[in-house]
Design a protein around this ligand. Structure first.
Ligand code: FUC
Length: 743
């Protein structure tokens, strides 16, 4: 617990013209302890100097910041997810918004520590300077819509600060009373505005030229609000109300609350998502667990057993998704929403040939279905623009995308014809996990059907009746030709999801029969001359090809056409291909390989992949040049690309529970090293929530809850044991290690 020495806020704070009662102790809620006392936190003994490698992210789904934590000068770089150049024709790029700088003059800080507590989504900085101990807290509140930066000290009057705001598009910074404002418009006309409100306790403040100077304050609270006039609505030209009134209102409401209440409201909101899932993979030696996160990564590379770090990395994926993808916001882009450049790598876009999908693999299984919603909404919002563009390019009904995509339906670089089929998998999975028929009928089904129509028009029928995708391309290599496995497998997946959706709703019987029949005529996956799963119809795969994309294995994961149980020969061939591709790759490629190994029930190999991914990027300790992780635990393509974080979290979930085959499979690929552990709150398809415990590598207990609209019976598998069990919604089954009822 915090000592009560931290400053207590004064009774009243003057906020604009309103007098606000704000009596509340400034304290961080105690950091939540992870399993066995492990801390769910990243921490460092130095401030960050590099944005990509060291700064730490916070976000409320829409508005986010990267915190450097400098004692002398604090730097918080910030973003809003809708600050995009471009339009329906020009893909443009995601833009950086601005920065907050706070000059404090604490150059000789000692006892420095910065920490990101992911159990509460609160970042802290602590240090001493002179005879004063300083503490800061930073959080991005979803309920309040603002970011909050609280600066406190254990002595009165200790703060002298120069506070600045910058704007990445050259807007003039206006300082007025207690407020800094930046407002402008991008080249595409999108309006944006940011405001930083400076609250203080004690001392004085004056507004200068683009700066607010505070002298002799006991504490300072900065509230940052920022937004654009983007509206996720084609019919309204993608523009809504000016952001000015909205952000002023957010600041007014937030500043009317006591700091402790703002913090408590934020933590409660965050925990309502984060706390749904708890994982325990075993204990790390105390001396290793006590290291700063960057040093711990170095130790981990040298093969130190650190299951608590693996757990932290798993939960960090969930933290990041909650922080950059909340209902009402735009989906997570290549960097989530954190970006410090106006010309970011790959536009910081929505890449449709693996990346945006991987961002969402964890959402349903790790119990964050709401965080999936921004992507699902985004898919629906693209339809009109994509339908026109698709008609122009393919003269077909339905729609699809090119490889690079923005927030206005704009798309560029090569066409990725099965991209929309892959998006449809997400629409379907949200139903498969949640079982919400109303959503299926109104949101998902119409899109699945129109994308099926695209393929009805687009598939080529050979004289023998085989259906092939013409003019395809296996991302991002090889010739452009027909019958490419990636294309074939994605169309198969779409048709399967469509058929199951039509069955679930009991609609469109004739059309369903037609699509089911077409699926049976699709050119099927083939096994080639060295036993590999062929990437192309022609048996030309090079066993030395270590390309990062492994697209022909889509059918193994995230698809469900190939499995060890149903198609063992194809699964074996997939394994041959995967092994040939090697254990290296970019960050996201390694993350995908964790998932593949999980589906191949090879937990030990999956854990080796996780190990490869979790080494410091650029390290000379291992054989791989690409991939890896930065000291701030962000995934390295390199550069920073968040898909690898999300894909790895999904992969860890996949080791513990799988449900793609109409069964809840417990511990399908438990790595030998995770001898004893437990997980609480994984989700399974069919509307279930599952807790699992294991000891000495064997299941000891499982609890399966029928959460929402769960089917009346569920099929549970552990190893070779399978049980069909009755389970109504709202009820739970408790099973022992032999799947027998347990107390
Ligand atoms: C795909 C990949 C690249 C990169 C880019 C954003 O094109 O091939 O490796 O991840 O997306």
């Amino acid at each position: 617990m915090e000592s009560s020495a931290w400053m207590v806020r004064a009774a009243c704070l003057a906020v604009g013209s309103i007098l606000v009662a704000a009596a509340s102790p400034r304290q961080v809620l105690a950091a939540d302890d992870g399993p066995g006392g492990a801390r769910m936190a990243l921490w460092y003994s130095k401030p960050a100097s590099d944005w990509q490698k060291e700064a730490l992210p916070i976000g409320n789904g829409r508005l986010g910041g990267m915190i450097f934590g400098g004692a002398d000068v604090e730097h918080i770089q910030f973003n809003v997810d809708s600050l995009w150049e471009g339009d329906e024709k020009d893909t443009g790029a995601y833009q950086a918004f601005g920065d907050v700088f706070v000059e404090l003059g604490h150059a000789n800080a000692t006892d420095y520590r910065r920490e990101l507590d992911i159990a509460r989504a609160v970042h802290t900085v602590r240090y001493a300077a002179g005879a004063v101990r300083y503490k800061r807290e930073y959080f991005a509140s979803n309920p309040a819509g603002v970011m909050v930066f609280g600066f406190s000290a254990d002595k009165a009057g200790a703060y002298n600060a120069k506070i600045r705001l910058t704007d990445m598009h050259g807007a003039k910074i206006v300082a007025q009373k207690d407020r800094l404002t930046a407002a402008g418009a991008l080249k595409n006309g999108l309006k944006y505005k940011a405001q930083l409100l400076v609250l203080r306790e004690g001392g004085s403040a004056k507004a200068g030229d683009g700066v607010i100077e505070v002298a002799g304050a006991d504490s300072i609270t900065l509230l940052l609000a920022a937004d654009t006039n983007y509206l996720n609505d084609y019919a309204k030209g993608w523009r809504g109300e000016d952001p000015g009134a909205r952000i002023t209102g957010q600041l007014k409401a937030a500043s009317a609350k006591a700091y402790a209440d703002l913090l408590a409201e934020h933590v409660k909101d965050y925990r309502s998502l984060f706390d749904r899932l708890r994982l325990d993979l075993g204990r790390t030696p105390a001396a290793v667990a006590a290291l700063p996160t960057d040093e711990r990564l170095t130790a981990y590379e040298k093969d130190v057993n650190d299951p608590e770090l693996e757990n932290l990395y798993f939960q960090y994926g969930r933290y990041l998704l909650i922080s950059c993808s909340r209902p009402g916001a735009l989906p997570a882009n290549l960097q989530g929403l954190w970006n410090n450049s106006n010309d970011p790598p790959w536009r910081c876009d929505y890449h449709s040939n693996i990346n945006v999908q991987m961002n969402y693999w964890l959402a349903e299984p790790t119990n964050l279905a709401e965080c999936h919603v921004p992507f699902l909404t985004y898919i629906s919002s693209l339809r009109q623009v994509r339908t026109k563009a698709t008609k122009a390019n393919y003269n077909a009904r339905g729609w699809t995308v090119q490889t690079e995509n923005n927030i206005y339906g704009g798309s560029s670089w090569r066409w990725n014809p099965p991209g929309s089929a892959w998006y449809c998998q997400h629409l379907w999975e949200h139903y498969a996990f949640g079982q919400d028929k109303d959503y299926l009928r109104k949101v998902a089904y119409p899109v699945l059907k129109e994308v099926c129509q695209f393929w009805e028009d687009r598939l080529k029928k050979r004289p023998d009746g085989t259906l092939v995708v013409p003019d395809g391309w296996s991302p991002e290599q090889g010739p452009q030709e027909e019958g490419v496995s990636y294309d074939q497998e994605l169309v198969y997946d779409l048709f399967t999801n469509y058929v199951e959706a039509a069955d679930a709703l009991g609609v469109d019987k004739d059309y369903r029969t037609r699509i089911a029949d077409m699926r049976e005529h699709l050119l099927a996956p083939k096994i080639g001359k060295w036993g590999q799963l062929q990437e192309w119809e022609t048996d030309r795969d090079d066993p030395k090809d270590q390309h990062r994309h492994v697209s022909h294995l889509f059918a193994l994961h995230p698809g469900r056409q190939i499995s060890l149980a149903k198609t063992p020969a194809l699964a074996e061939a997939a394994k041959v291909s995967l092994t040939a591709r090697g254990d290296g790759g970019t960050g996201w490629s390694m993350a995908w390989k964790i998932n593949f190994r999980a589906r191949l029930r090879d937990g030990d190999h999956a854990l080796r992949m996780l190990h490869n991914q979790l080494r410091l990027t650029g390290s000379t300790l291992t054989q791989y040049n690409g991939g890896g992780t930065f000291p701030n635990l962000l995934d390295a393509h390199p550069p920073f690309q968040i898909d690898g974080n999300f894909g790895a979290t999904a992969g860890i979930a996949e080791l513990l529970l799988q449900s793609q085959a109409g069964q809840i499979e417990l511990l399908p690929a438990l790595p030998g090293q995770w001898k004893t552990g437990s997980v609480r709150g994984l989700r399974a398809r069919g509307g279930y929530e599952v807790d699992i415990q294991w000891d000495a590598g064997r299941l000891t207990r499982a609890v399966i809850r029928g959460v929402t609209n769960a089917a009346p019976t569920c099929s549970v598998r552990y190893g070779q044991a399978v049980k069909e069990l009755p389970l109504a919604s709202g009820r739970q089954l408790v099973l022992d290690g032999s799947l027998q009822p347990a107390p």
